[in-house]
Design a protein around this ligand. Structure first.
Ligand code: 0O2
Length: 241
């Protein structure tokens, strides 16, 4: 027996839309189109960086006996999250002002095996001539008070649109598997408690960050022994940054 297909919108929603005056409706539609045009280059910026990192990863897998990149993920900031940041940063609510003030609309996360790999991948990526470094925050050398560790870099990459090239900022976060494990659990806890995390849990999280840091050191040491590399690992940003 054929059943009626579910309607796309409820009668209530259709009636509500019909009650909006046509000028407001076309203003909202124009905003949707403007937002789609605004956000599109950021998606392409993510594609550019993700391709660069995937190429490095494949090259390592093909030609070397060891691959420093465990996995890559990306996200485009949602309209709601851009709006929250506009309010938090007291930014003028225009596309032009948002473009200038908010540099993490496009985000790529690179998870590496060891701390030295984080810096190595950072160097390989930022040495590419079309990758322009705008800002570096080294939360590995200087962790946040809660224990958060990662290497953050805002880079600008050219995206070639039909109207010409556009320089797009992309926030790249590089971290180890242990740092990523800690950050994703901390993020979930932060959201579960809506930012009001109980003191005892905060203390446990900070202690866990220390344990994760120790694990990174031990695992890298074991890895170096197995590979026959002498000496302790050296972590540092290149002098040019
Ligand atoms: P989402 O959903 O990941 O995008 P900014 O807010 O960028 O102007 P801030 O806070 O100095 O200024 O930027 P920072 O330090 O570079 O951190 C931005 C991003 O790093 C965050 O993005 C998180 O992804 C991550 N991050 C920073 N601190 C922490 C932390 O303590 N715990 C965890 N789990 N992640 C952190 P968003 O926009 O907050 O969120």
């Amino acid at each position: 027996m054929d059943s009626d297909p579910a309607p796309l919108l409820s009668t209530r929603a259709i009636m509500a839309l019909q009650s909006i005056d046509p000028a407001t409706l076309s203003e909202v539609q124009a905003f949707r189109e403007d937002f789609a045009r605004f956000i599109m280059p950021y998606k392409f910026g993510i594609d550019e960086i993700s391709t660069k990192v995937s190429i490095l990863r494949e090259e390592f897998a093909e030609l070397q006996d060891y691959n420093p990149i465990e996995h890559i993920s990306s996200r485009l900031k949602s309209a709601e999250s851009i709006e929250q940041k506009v309010i938090r940063k007291n930014c003028e609510p225009s596309f032009e002002a948002i473009r200038a003030a908010i540099t993490d609309i496009a985000g790529v996360r690179i998870v590496c095996s060891f701390v030295s790999d984080v810096y190595r991948v950072f160097e390989l990526l930022t040495a590419q001539e079309d990758v322009h470094v705008l800002q570096v925050k080294d939360y590995i050398a200087h962790p946040k008070p809660n224990g958060y560790k990662s290497l953050h870099v805002i880079v600008e990459v050219p995206v070639f649109l039909s109207g010409g090239p556009v320089a797009v900022p992309v926030e790249v976060q590089l971290r180890t598997v242990a740092m990523d494990f800690w950050a994703s659990l901390e993020h979930k806890i932060y959201y579960k408690y809506d930012g009001e995390v109980p003191e005892a849990l905060l203390r446990d999280l900070t202690a866990a960050a220390g344990t994760a840091g120790q694990l990174d050191i031990t695992m890298e040491d074991i890895h170096r022994q197995v590979r026959g590399d002498g000496g302790a690992a050296q972590y540092a940003l290149p002098v040019s940054v």
